[in-house]
Design a protein. Structure first.
Length: 364
């Protein structure tokens, strides 16, 4: 059952041709239909938190009901982000946590060798980070038994080099074991009190992860942004000098319009396999990629947590871009690196701008 569910979850995306254009709804399940994401969708005249929330909740619920799996690009991102925005968006959907808990319980009973294949190790890391975030922001601030179970399962799936297994074919999420390792680091550092009460066996896994992230070169600047995100949460993972170097890298990618473009953070060849480089090089905006919601939101929220003030001109210009580019559906547009089909990257490309606004005191 687990192998089948994983296969269905993956093939749903893989079946979309690289050059097909979306006409079908982006998300659809009983009672929910979210229109396709498109570059030419009209920009809103004014920012709407309610429109963004509606899009994000419907997307996660529809994916969970129709696909019945944890996908990094949709409900995996909901689990990571929604609890931390509870003070402005309301409590995250209880049914989503219930599904997450059931998935962890099912995976805990699966064959360990099977779980170490494909994207499963990183899927489990997303589950653990989601439950840890729920504990920290939407629970009583204490580590739950469900989160402990998820973290222990996650640690059991660690690779010998300290990373978490992943595929290299669906960037930016399922793009490398390095990305999986950063999600695991976020899970460990977010879980209330977990790192302060490690068993000897858990400590071995944690030390191996720290060694990996400190010594393994990131595959690209996008990976370095993820490293900075993890280091912001995990005190002592990097030195202050190392973090400042990453801050400088990130600010250096800012575009003239104040936003950031995901495509400038890696060369086509370093995003992974699957014929992606050829696809990216044929895009009409290849030489001058436009700013997008995913990268602009991600960079701002990470820079803020790294200590860059909200009134810094770099941040102010980025926030202006976010406020000026929300679409009528509540989304921010981000073109997929993988297919010109569902453009699921617009999902994180909406959560990240909201978190950026929140960290700058722009959501009341």
């Amino acid at each position: 059952m687990h192998a089948l569910r994983f296969f269905v979850c993956l093939i749903t995306v893989a079946a979309t041709p690289l050059f097909a254009f979306a006409a079908e709804p982006q998300y659809k399940s009983e009672g929910i239909e979210v229109v396709a994401a498109a570059a030419d969708e009209a920009v809103r005249s004014d920012f709407s938190l309610d429109a963004a929330k509606d899009y994000l909740e419907k997307g996660s619920v529809a994916w969970t009901k129709s696909k019945k799996c944890v996908a990094c690009h949709t409900n995996g991102t909901y689990f990571q982000m929604a609890p931390a925005l509870a003070d402005v968006m309301g409590q995250p959907l209880a049914e989503q946590r219930e599904f997450l808990v059931k998935e962890v319980a099912k995976y805990s009973k699966a064959n360990i060798d099977t779980l170490k294949t494909g994207i499963r190790p990183t899927q489990v890391a997303y589950m653990a980070h989601g439950l840890a975030t729920w504990d920290k922001y939407s629970g009583d601030g204490k580590l739950s038994e469900e989160t402990k179970q998820a973290l222990n399962l996650m640690l059991s799936l660690q690779s010998d080099d300290g990373s978490w297994g992943n595929l290299d074919c669906w960037p930016p999420f399922e793009s490398s074991s390095y990305q999986g390792a950063t999600v695991a680091a976020l899970a460990l550092s977010t879980a209330p009190g977990f790192l302060d009460n490690l068993t000897e066996e858990q400590a071995k896994h944690v030390d191996l992860l720290k060694k990996y992230l400190r010594t393994q070169d990131a595959p690209h600047d996008y990976g370095r942004i993820l490293l900075l995100w993890a280091a912001n949460e995990w005190d002592g993972l990097l030195t202050e000098a190392q973090k400042l170097e990453l801050v400088s890298m990130a600010t250096g990618h800012q575009q003239d319009d104040g936003g950031w473009a995901m495509r400038t953070f890696a060369t086509p060849e370093t995003w992974g396999g699957g014929g992606r480089a050829a696809k990216l090089k044929t895009e009409e905006e290849f030489k001058s990629p436009p700013s997008d919601g995913h990268q602009t939101g991600l960079v701002i929220m990470v820079l803020r947590d790294a200590g860059v003030p909200a009134d810094d001109d770099i941040i102010k210009r980025g926030i202006k871009w976010i406020k000026s580019n929300q679409r009528e559906s509540g989304r921010w547009w981000t073109r997929s690196l993988n297919t010109d089909g569902p453009h699921f990257i617009t999902y994180s490309g909406t959560f990240y701008p909201l978190m950026a606004l929140h960290k700058c005191g722009e959501l009341k």
